[in-house]
Design a protein around this ligand. Structure first.
Ligand SMILES: Cc1cc2nc3c(=O)[nH]c(=O)nc-3n(C[C@H](O)[C@H](O)[C@H](O)COP(=O)(O)O)c2cc1C
Length: 206
């Protein structure tokens, strides 16, 4: 078999291009990882500010986990818990999953909710992110204060004109968030105060 010089050159050239491409991809990953993580942290910080009651702590620094769910506690300067926030996923949006950050007070009432991820249609399903009165209709509610369905299904929450699927999915997921609190509130409140103790000890406060 005869391999001429041109073929060898071509193989070497392809090899060099592959090495350079792999290097560029690796470097891009290294240089973008930190900014992406920082942007995600900032976005979460802003969403937490919107759903949690007044607090002086950094909820992300005191995060703890219950059944694989990250729980962000809000506390006053004296360590008193004012609320907890966690994300729930509505798997049944019109265009796939919707992520919802739910802020709940220790008395099991909702402080606020915010959509953190969705791919719903602009002008239709994306009302769940933009419709302020609709978002406000969740504030102060508890598991028993509302019939947790959209009006079209006999419940208390509005659907939107031409878009029932998205609000239906969000209402169902927020209800599930309240049910999660109902069945785990003891351990959630315990864990929140334990973390407060650790933070106080680390800061040298007895
Ligand atoms: C292109 C297109 C995009 C749509 N986007 C949404 C959406 O984001 N959210 C939604 O609830 N419904 C959306 N709909 C409407 C739904 O198909 C459905 O008709 C509507 O939610 C009303 O549901 P109902 O008939 O069960 O009340 C969309 C429809 C079309 C044709």
């Amino acid at each position: 078999m005869n391999i001429d010089k041109d073929q060898i050159r071509m193989v070497i050239a392809l090899f060099v291009v592959a090495i350079i491409a792999a290097g560029v991809t690796g470097l891009t990953d290294i240089f973008t990882r930190a900014p992406i993580a920082a942007a995600q942290k900032l976005a979460l910080h802003q969403a937490l500010q919107q759903v949690l009651p007044e607090h002086r702590n950094d909820p992300q620094a005191e995060v703890f986990s219950i059944e694989d769910t990250a729980i962000y506690p809000a506390k006053r300067a004296n360590g008193e818990l004012t609320g907890l926030a966690w994300e729930v996923v509505a798997p049944d949006g019109y265009s796939g999953s919707i992520r919802i950050l739910v802020g709940v007070r220790p008395d099991a009432s909702i402080q606020a909710i915010r959509i953190t991820y969705h791919r719903e249609t602009p002008g239709l399903g994306d009302g769940v992110t933009k419709n302020k009165p609709w978002l406000a209709s969740f504030v102060d509610q508890t598991l028993t204060s509302k019939n947790w369905k959209v009006k079209k299904d006999g419940g208390d929450f509005d659907q939107f004109t031409g878009a029932t699927i998205t609000p239906r999915a969000v209402v169902k997921a927020v209800k599930a968030a309240l049910e999660f609190f109902h069945s785990h509130h003891k351990i959630m409140l315990e864990q929140a105060s334990k973390h407060s103790d650790i933070a106080h000890k680390e800061a040298g406060i007895e």
